[in-house]
Design a protein. Structure first.
Length: 284
């Protein structure tokens, strides 16, 4: 049971952003996102935090869904003029941008989603968060399927924050042939231990790169703790941000390192098809 696709031929430069959005101001936050994209010249992929466009601020998301959401058509495309600066930045840099949004679907569902703005400036709702955390369930619907982004021969599984706390989510991406895992997130102050453990573990579990973006700043109880990072396939940080302050963390994903790690640590090839075999119960 090996990964579905071979290792890519060429390196891929990526950027993980930690930044502080303005609650409820999608236009301003899209302009801020565009500025961060411009700060990562040469990066083919830039990942921004969970719900970055409206900001992860549940009181605002509950009070003004019309103002905080972006709408998607049946084809998944997002045509919202507030995103124009971000589209322009993606085109100018030849960059694919992954950014968190609150999305309203044609069938009425409201999801925490990752928008992908490709290098031509086309924006689409690419992935809806499958594992909702806490009170998110009062505001949003859970996603129904996984997603993989293809860029320059690299297969990149998409996750959002709490998704990455479940080993099965990252493993599903790896089983689909992912070489990396992109996780826009919103970790609150006080969660640094878990923040740094989960995504390093997903990298090593699946011998794949992980790009983790996180919000920073804000006011209690919605104060976020940065620590954006890019992890190598053994779970070591290639780049990591501080717990405070905005930053852009740039790293290059190396296919040779990916191949060497998968040759040395063969969990994906060795994993059994079924872990549900009968178990022995012992009494002490």
């Amino acid at each position: 049971m090996t990964p579905a696709t071979p290792v890519p031929e060429h390196p891929l430069t990526v950027a993980a952003v930690q930044a502080e959005p303005v609650p409820g101001d999608v236009a301003e936050n899209a302009a801020t996102a565009a500025r961060f994209v411009a700060r990562a010249p040469g990066a083919r992929i830039v990942v921004l935090p969970e719900l970055f466009l409206p900001a992860y601020h549940p009181p605002t998301l509950a009070a003004d869904p019309a103002g905080t959401d972006v709408a998607t058509g049946a084809d998944g495309l997002v045509d919202d003029p507030r995103l124009d600066p971000l589209r322009q930045a993606a085109r100018a840099g030849g960059t694919t941008v992954v950014v968190g949004a609150a999305v309203r679907h044609p069938d009425g569902r409201r999801t925490i989603s990752s928008l992908v703005v490709d290098a031509t400036g086309v924006a689409r709702s690419a992935y809806d968060k499958q594992q909702l955390w806490g009170d998110e369930r009062d505001l949003f619907d859970a996603g129904r399927r996984g997603a993989t982004l293809l860029v320059d021969g690299w297969r990149l599984g998409l996750g959002i924050c709490y998704d990455g706390c479940f080993p099965e989510h990252g493993r599903a991406a790896a089983a689909d042939g992912a070489h990396g895992y992109l996780c826009p997130s919103g970790y609150l102050a006080g969660s640094a231990h878990r923040r740094d453990l989960y995504y390093a573990a997903r990298a090593l579990d699946n011998t794949m790169y992980v790009v983790f973006a996180n919000a920073v700043g804000g006011a209690d109880p919605w104060r976020f703790n940065g620590g954006a990072a890019v992890y190598d396939p053994e779970g070591r940080p290639l780049a990591r941000g501080a717990d405070a302050g905005e930053d852009v963390l740039v790293a290059t994903l190396d296919p040779r390192a990916l191949a060497a790690t998968r040759a040395a640590h063969t969990m994906l090839a060795d994993r059994p098809a079924d872990q549900g075999l009968p178990r022995t119960v012992l009494r002490g």
